[in-house]
Design a protein. Structure first.
Lengths: 328, 546
């Protein structure tokens, strides 16, 4: 048994770090070299000397922090070497460009899952099974109460929610990168044929997706809309940060909803302050996490980004998988 | 016509905040469903009965057994969700998808009048098998309602008032009539629904039912601008609010919670039936200290509330009294539209008649409330301060010209409660909440100083805003010393002002004191833990009051 310091990848200052390559994964503070799994704000920070990611993530990253960063890109599956360690990106199905990262060193494989989902999503590459010895997995929804419905069912629920209240303006809050585009893609395949507007931050990401060859329905930038009365019966996509405060006063006769995996729990739905919640997530549910652990064939698993106690105990008891804890 | 429709109704009502929309949705539901299903829907929505067929614990054990799920995992999930019925619903999603049999289409009536009652006649093995079968044949969207009904935890944000409004709109009849029809016992049946939506008003049919209770508002400053002579003043008793009805010779006791409680207070029913007139009285039921002519503590009344057919010795040990403060109907004549001051004259007139002309003595169980006559508002305040001496909670102030209309109409009755007692205490434990507060630490324990030690003296759940709860929850997670199951012991750092109604010696508590209705009234961020009160302060407070 090795000590924690001897693991190829470990936790340092709250971030994943590989000492042998002096490289950080999704660091929360500026470092020399950062591998970025995907372009969500909680997975990168400004001011790193060098970023390494997939091509898609690089473009989204630049859209968010500006063009003047040093960034090296690789294709999915393309192997590159740092200090003798073979590193490669693999699709994680979370959002466009998102990836798992595999390290191979001294015949030992390590896999960092990144954020991932197994559900079909036409706006990004499907999750790819990667075999490994050590798996570092997220477990945001690591309890069996989380079981996602098919996304087209959720999309139909959303469509019904809008069309059942033709007098109202429907405000759907969702993360501006990934979730918004997935929702647009799904909703455009439902019976809802009314106007769709989106907030500037979402509009920007829609354009980036389109430039990267993803077919996203055209939406109208809500900032360009002056006559509020014309919004009746239409759908507006907004980032969750605008749900509190005075922004909503710009509209008349509204109904609000939040699209997030957490919305499957009634207490959270009620507490959220939205009228309605749609349980759709870009993370894996309980079964999804178990499947990934199993398919990876990992003998040793670490969890982060979530409450891992129950999941760990379950894997140890039921699946005899060795779940390890990071020394933080 | 089905459980499906009712599940959809629940989903809609649960995700809509606008009252008008809820009324519209209810109206449409009633229009498009069978009378019998409607009557069950009303029964469930008004919380007329929440009979528990099996416990949440039983449900969780059963799930664990059937699907070979570790109990600890279900318990962990429960901490996140806060409701057994919902946890099992969410877990079932993970289980029944693949084993679906042919789905059943069951009506609300069938489920509630046949399927579920039949469960209690089965032995345990058969019962478990039947529940499993129902889980696997009911459509997924109906699991939540089924589990909630099974565990007696069906609740949704709909008030009786809202149901009343929607039926009133449905048939275009005054809300007050509907409200009256909905009072008291409601047995789901086609007849009871037809009665509810009957467009002809027949007062005979409303015979044994109480009137909608008139409720008091919290005192407002503007009332002090009025002349003191415009108001009637009474003590605010801490008992059970009740309408005492005698119609066609039959006596019925109805609580404000719309329960018929004749069986708990047979001595009152018997004595009142001696009175020759028919009447409806509004008043308070108390356990009475006849020697000192004041009410006993509410805790003695609790010994009577849930006990049906009390023995003679219980009746003597906890002697009750009904104190009437209003007369609403006399010999079939509804006098609610008469001014309060005139109703009071009638009340006094009839009371003295009954006292003198009833053969058996009734004054050992029935009296009318004394009025208070303050000279001016400061004088009223003095009375209020004295209310603890006679075991009352303060004053009730009623506008003399008011009529007795239903609900909590503004500007008619006010309660002027004695200021609560307060102590500043230190937060030392927190426990996870349930229901809407699941996943947050919302149950708190507070301590007072004894020398250099903090001794727990009260637990409180209410009083913080949602924003404060979230903030405190974050702080709790960061400042936990130890975890014992769902309870965390905390770094003593936060001081809160705790208000309560009563303080008394208690041998059961380590602190030696017990307080009633403790609640948080202020987060004293301005105070350090050394500024918190000591047990000695609490004892002083107790002395001052007694």
């Amino acid at each position: 048994m090795r000590t924690k310091q001897e693991y190829l990848i470990r936790y340092k200052d709250g971030n994943l770090y590989c000492e042998l390559a002096d490289i950080w994964i999704d660091p929360s503070k500026p470092v020399k070299k950062a591998l970025i799994t995907h372009a969500h704000f909680d997975h990168f920070t400004f001011g790193c000397e060098e970023y390494i990611s997939t091509k898609e993530t690089a473009i989204l990253l630049k859209e968010r922090i500006g063009d003047n960063i040093k960034i090296k890109t690789f294709e999915y599956g393309e192997e590159f070497k740092i200090n003798g360690i073979i590193i490669s990106f693999h699709p994680s199905g979370h959002i466009l460009g998102s990836s798992q990262i595999r390290f191979i060193f001294a015949e030992e494989k390590w896999l960092i899952s990144g954020d991932f989902k197994l559900q079909k999503d036409q706006t990004c590459k499907q999750y790819e099974i990667v075999k490994t010895d050590y798996l570092i997995s997220e477990c945001t929804f690591g309890l069996p109460i989380f079981k996602w419905d098919e996304s087209n069912k959720i999309a139909n629920d959303i469509s019904k929610w809008i069309t059942n209240s033709p007098e109202k303006t429907s405000l759907l809050f969702c993360y501006s990168l990934g979730k918004a585009q997935r929702l647009l893609n799904e909703i455009s395949q439902t019976d809802f044929k009314g106007n769709i507007y989106s907030h500037g931050s979402i509009h920007k990401m829609n354009n980036s997706y389109r430039e990267l060859g993803i077919d996203i329905k055209d939406t109208i930038k809500i900032e360009n809309k002056k006559k509020i009365d014309e919004l009746k019966g239409s759908l507006i996509l907004l980032p969750p940060s605008l749900s509190k405060g005075s922004y909503l006063k710009n509209f008349k006769n509204i109904q609000t909803a939040f699209a997030s995996g957490w919305m499957s729990i009634r207490a959270l739905r009620k507490r959220s302050g939205y009228d309605k919640g749609f349980a759709i997530s870009d993370h894996a549910d309980w079964d999804g996490i178990l499947e990934v652990v199993k398919n990876s064939e990992a003998k040793n698993v670490f969890f982060h980004h979530g409450d891992s106690e129950a999941l760990s105990k379950y894997l140890v008891e039921k699946e005899s998988i060795n779940v390890l804890l990071f020394g933080k | 016509m089905s459980l499906k429709k009712f599940s959809e109704l629940f989903g809609d009502l649960d995700s809509i905040n606008s009252t008008n929309n809820k009324i519209e949705i209810l109206k449409n539901y009633f229009l498009s469903n069978d009378p019998i299903d409607n009557s069950w829907a009303i029964y469930l929505l008004t919380g007329k009965s929440n009979k528990r067929f099996i416990s949440g614990r039983y449900l969780k054990n059963l799930f664990s057994q059937i699907y070979e799920y570790p109990q600890w995992l279900i318990d962990t999930c429960y901490l996140k969700v806060g409701d057994s019925a919902e946890v099992i619903t969410l877990l079932l999603k993970n289980k029944t998808n693949s084993r679906r049999k042919k789905l059943s289409n069951i009506s609300l009536n069938e489920l509630l009048s046949k399927t579920i009652p039949a469960l209690s006649k089965l032995n345990e093995e058969e019962k478990n098998l039947e529940i499993k079968n129902l889980w696997e044949t009911l459509p997924e969207d109906e699991h939540l309602i089924f589990n909630k009904i099974l565990t007696g935890t069906f609740r949704v944000g709909v008030s009786i008032g809202l149901i009343t409004k929607s039926i009133s709109k449905l048939i275009n009849i005054d809300e007050e009539i509907i409200s009256h029809r909905l009072m008291g016992d409601f047995k789901p049946s086609i007849d009871s629904y037809e009665f509810l939506i009957n467009k002809n008003i027949n007062l005979q049919e409303l015979n044994s039912k109480p009137f909608p209770f008139l409720l008091a508002n919290t005192i407002e400053d503007k009332i002090f601008k009025n002349s003191i002579n415009d108001f009637q003043f009474e003590w605010k008793y801490d008992g059970i609010r009740m309408q005492l009805i005698k119609r066609s010779g039959n006596v019925s006791l109805w609580t404000r919670g719309q329960e018929l409680v004749n069986e708990s207070f047979p001595e009152l029913v018997e004595k009142m039936s001696y009175i020759k007139d028919d009447f409806v009285l509004d008043g308070e039921l108390l356990v009475w200290n006849f020697k000192e002519q004041i009410a006993f503590d509410f805790s003695l009344l609790q010994k009577r509330i849930n006990r049906k057919s009390p023995t003679r010795s219980i009746q003597i040990k906890y002697p009750i009294i009904f104190i009437a403060y209003d007369l609403l109907e006399i010999n079939g004549r509804d006098i609610r539209e008469i001014k309060l001051e005139n109703r009071r004259i009638e009340l006094e007139k009839y009371f003295s008649k009954w006292q003198n002309k009833t053969e058996n003595n009734i004054s050992d169980i029935f009296k009318i409330c004394d009025l208070i006559f303050p000279n001016d508002w400061p004088d009223a305040l003095t009375y209020k301060e004295k209310s603890r001496e006679n075991n009352t909670e303060g004053l009730i102030i009623k506008k003399k010209t008011s009529t007795y209309s239903s609900g909590r109409k503004k500007g008619i009755w006010w309660k002027y409660k004695v200021d609560p007692m307060q102590l500043d205490a230190v937060l030392i434990y927190a426990k996870g909440g349930s229901g809407r507060r699941a996943g947050l630490y919302t149950d708190y324990s507070f301590a007072l100083w004894k020398d250099k030690e903090l001794i727990k003296f009260a637990s409180a759940y209410s009083g913080l805003t949602n924003i404060e709860i979230k903030e405190l929850d974050k702080w709790i997670r960061k400042n936990t010393i130890e975890k014992f199951g769902p309870v965390r012991s905390l770094k003593p750092e936060m001081v809160f002002e705790i208000s309560f109604e009563k303080i008394q010696i208690s041998k059961r508590h380590k602190s030696g004191i017990a307080v009633r209705f403790p609640r948080i009234t202020k987060w004293r961020k301005d105070k350090k833990i050394n500024d918190a009160d000591s047990l000695e302060n609490a004892y002083e407070l107790m002395k001052k009051i007694s």
